[in-house]
Design a protein around this ligand. Structure first.
Ligand code: HY3
Length: 333
């Protein structure tokens, strides 16, 4: 058995695009396909995300058949623990990939690439000049604030308040100082542990819901911020800890979507005003702006546009030997 991939990164966050060799999932809709892979093919995720072929913080996209008429490609998102519903850094990479690998015919100066994600259809525009794809901007699914000032009992931190917002996935938001952390100086493992305690508290104490599908209603991660949510021309920093204590090397596209929706809700930013978001440790940047108000069920929602740039890092042809005692992969925690 061989599995071939195209390797990219967006702001330092890896993306392993699985192009062939992965079994075709059953299911009509993308959420049915996501459920099928999660329940019946999860061993393949571990092969490709875990060691020795991957690592604790690996991230991947499995290309599947689209089921939305306007979609050019469709992808499931995989990581160290399972399957996310949205991945902005992956959308930025897949925008380039779709053009460069012939899924979409390029047009200058920008090419439309519609990407079906588990959360819905994400519309990307890929810069294309002189025969080369470049930066990508995408408009995500409706983003909305689920709740603000939610008081939680967080292990090791007592009572803390978080905001919870949806940007294709649900995130808890808290500024680093509220956890006694310094976004730039605190050892990353301490930030990771604290953020994970916040995520666990949300899991234990908050019943999330999403108007479209219950499969979307789970807390994906916690984003620790610099607290600078009032609009400024200066970048604002954050660190996203998601899945099983995985740390995003990018500013987190779905997280920036949710954070911008939160800033818009709090009147810290207005429509078509762009803000720069930076990963506090890597320095990689995305920009984001609210573009129009909408609804998501009964929630007041907003469409957010996120921009960034992805790069190719290689191709892989993975092989597997039946008598390999570690052929299933492993994670060192
Ligand atoms: O950029 C994003 O949205 C993704 N990066 C890793 C965690 C999220 O899925």
């Amino acid at each position: 058995m061989n599995i071939n991939t195209v390797e990219m990164h967006t702001g330092g966050e890896p993306l392993r695009i699985i192009t062939d060799g992965f079994p075709k999932p059953d299911g009509k809709t993308i959420l049915q396909k996501r459920r099928f892979v999660k329940e019946k093919l999860d061993n393949f995720r571990k092969l490709l995300m875990h060691e020795p072929r991957g690592h604790y913080d690996m991230y991947g996209a499995l290309l599947v058949e689209p089921d939305i008429k306007d979609a050019d490609i469709a992808a499931l998102f995989i990581h160290n623990e399972g399957y996310s519903t949205m991945c902005g850094h992956a959308v930025i990479a897949l925008g380039r990939y779709a053009i460069d690998y012939g899924h979409v015919t390029p047009t200058e100066p920008e090419t439309k690439v519609n990407i079906e994600c588990p959360c819905g259809l994400v519309r990307a525009l890929v810069e294309y000049k002189n025969g080369k794809s470049g930066s990508v901007r995408f408009q995500s699914v409706p983003a909305f604030v689920f709740a603000t000032d939610v008081e939680l009992n967080v292990q090791g931190h007592g009572k803390v308040k978080v905001d919870i917002s949806y940007g294709g996935a649900f995130y808890a938001f808290i500024s680093a100082d509220k956890l006694g952390l310094d976004l730039w100086k605190t050892p990353i493992n301490q930030i990771k542990d604290a953020a994970t305690m916040v995520t666990n508290a949300v899991k234990n104490e908050v019943q999330l819901e999403h108007p479209d599908d219950n499969d979307l209603a789970f807390i994906y991660g916690t984003i620790v911020t610099d607290g600078k949510d009032e609009y400024s021309d200066e970048p604002t920093a954050n660190i996203c800890v998601f899945a099983d204590a995985q740390v995003d090397r990018s500013p987190t596209g779905s997280g920036v979507t949710a954070r911008t929706a939160l800033q818009y809700h709090k009147r810290h930013i207005s429509l078509n005003k762009s803000r720069v978001f930076v990963n506090a440790r890597i320095g990689s940047k995305f920009s984001a702006k609210p573009v129009r108000q909408t609804k998501c069920g009964s929630y007041d929602a907003v469409i957010i546009e996120v921009s960034g740039h992805a790069f190719y890092t290689g191709k892989s042809a993975f092989t597997f030997e039946e008598d390999d005692p570690l052929k299933g992969g492993f994670l060192l925690k």
